[in-house]
Design a protein around this ligand. Structure first.
Ligand code: TXE
Length: 482
């Protein structure tokens, strides 16, 4: 049994209270590890470790810190297959996905931010009689809280910019997916990052997570997770004036205009709905189709969905693995039942998948298509975060925009049309942080990433991350000859 520990001040140690939490493989429902059930005492130890190291770490140049990110990336790359397999076992996602998305992006996140920071220009504003120099100073101690859907992908997305901008880090991954965060700590230990600069605390969100957010010496919180929890985090951090970034839930629209090239795009549209079993905040869970192509779209979409193989996440040809847990499966299934109560029809799927042998107890759920549902219904406006899409007709562009905006979320959307000028016009009318046209999850790491309304606060990505993970100081110097 894998006994995962915390990583504090350069040491792998148990929680002070010796509490433990079981870690389950959701595809088999078997216990695969234990993790510490950390508390505020462990958070205090991590804060003490940061206080011992933050002065020397912040005194390094940005180039020296970028070199540390490169060392971490190189060592992570050596463990590429470990990351892929652990992520698949811990989350239930297909190994092809954990390889191509999770492991690949975890390595590239460190490389990307190392290069970006190295080449960051210092800003100056000249006046007739003075010069203004803007300095990026470290914020101090960064609390990074991450969810279970893309564990190392999202943790590395925060750790890399936080470190390179001179902060010390206390990371708190989801209690459901501790394994690749632990691997990152092993890699960081292996490369010899100065102790206390990176610390990892495992445990429940409402225990050590809450203690992290409320600790007075932690200056910044970067949170990715559910909207409900995001509100709790914001309420705790706001009166302490901590820097905060919240990347929360989504209920994203996929808008199919009447001229969309379905033969070209149908598989990518299916991917945008069901990647990671629909457990990606960017997934398109509401598909809006122009009425003139509704039935031809529905036929092509259903055919493509039904061809996806669901099963053992470690099989190379598996397209759909298990959900994160049986508890989450029950939540997803409750929304399918709600959809029927709200007048919808299950056009495809709609129940737990019956697999045999080792996977009989796994959290497998059929990809589900719901039709004839009012776009104002709860099922069509609340985040389900599973392999469930609702499909709605629209008559014209204005109606499509109205339906797309009819949700409390505002994270992302995709628009499929051969008229990209029209597509960009529609995009600007959507209340979201991000829009893809004729593509989805096509990522340039330099762009701002985040949402509006219940999808969160702030932007990370590229220079937006470097700015978030630093305090700006302006130094205005009068020239002495004036
Ligand atoms: O998220 P939580 P969960 C959505 C999705 C999902 C829902 C809940 O709808 O069903 O969120 O998922 C920590 N103080 N997304 O339970 O609870 C927790 O330990 C501090 C969308 O995973 O938000 C974990 O590390 N921390 C999302 C992290 O917060 C707390 C991806 C996220 O947990 C805490 C995942 C507290 N009081 C879920 N309570 C996305 N945007 O991608 C919990 N945590």
């Amino acid at each position: 049994m894998n006994a995962i520990k915390n990583y504090i001040n350069g040491e792998f140690i148990n929680s002070k209270n010796d509490g433990e939490i079981d870690n389950i493989n959701p595809a088999t429902n078997e216990k695969i590890a234990t993790i510490p059930r950390s508390s505020s005492q462990d958070i205090q130890d991590a804060v003490d470790a940061c206080n011992l190291s933050k002065s020397s770490w912040s005194k390094l140049t940005i180039t020296e810190r970028a070199e540390w990110l490169d060392k971490i990336a190189d060592e992570l790359e050596k463990r590429f297959e470990d990351i892929s397999k652990l992520e698949s076992i811990d989350t239930g996602k297909p190994i092809s996905l954990s390889r191509n998305v999770d492991a690949t992006r975890s390595v590239s996140n460190f490389r990307f931010f190392a290069d970006l920071a190295r080449n960051m220009e210092t800003k100056q504003f000249e006046m007739s009689d003075a010069i203004n120099k803007i300095v990026n100073k470290p914020v101090g101690i960064a609390g990074l809280i991450t969810p279970w859907n893309l564990p190392l992908y999202l943790l590395s997305w925060k750790v890399a910019p936080a470190l390179v901008m001179g902060n010390c880090v206390i990371a708190k991954p989801s209690e459901l997916t501790p394994m690749t965060a632990n691997l990152l700590a092993e890699v960081i230990h292996q490369v010899g990052l100065p102790k206390g600069v990176f610390n990892l605390i495992q445990g429940y969100g409402n225990e050590c997570g809450q203690a992290l957010v409320s600790h007075p010496e932690i200056n910044l919180i970067s949170f990715t997770g559910g909207t409900t929890t995001g509100k709790i985090v914001a309420k705790t951090a706001a009166p302490m004036f901590k820097k905060i970034s919240l990347e929360l839930g989504g209920k994203n629209a996929t808008i199919i205009l009447d001229d969309a090239d379905l033969n070209l795009h149908i598989d990518n549209i299916v991917r945008s709905s069901f990647l990671n079993q629909g457990q990606v905040c960017l997934c398109g869970s509401r598909i809006l189709v122009h009425e003139s192509i509704y039935f031809s779209f529905l036929e092509m979409f259903t055919k493509s969905v039904s061809s996806m193989k669901i099963g053992n996440p470690l099989n190379e040809d598996t397209k759909l693995g298990s959900l994160i847990s049986n508890e989450h499966l029950e939540k997803v299934d409750s929304y399918v039942k709600l959809a029927i109560e709200e007048g919808g029809d299950v056009h495809y799927g709609g129940q737990r998948s019956n697999l045999n042998d080792d996977f009989a107890k796994g959290a497998f759920y059929e990809p589900t298509i719901i039709v004839n549902l009012d776009y104002k219904s709860r099922t069509a406006t609340e985040e389900i975060f599973g392999p469930v899409v609702t499909i709605h007709k629209f008559n014209d562009i204005e109606e499509a925009i109205k339906i797309a905006n009819y949700t409390n979320y505002g994270l992302a959307a995709s628009i499929w049309t051969q008229d990209t000028t029209l597509g960009e016009h529609v995009a600007e009318k959507l209340d979201t942080g991000m829009v893809w046209i004729n593509c989805w999850l096509h990522r340039d790491l330099r762009v701002p990433f985040g949402g509006v309304k219940d999808s969160g606060l702030g932007r990370e990505g590229g220079l937006y991350s470097l700015q978030f993970f630093s305090e700006l100081q302006n130094i205005c110097t009068m020239n002495d000859k004036y």
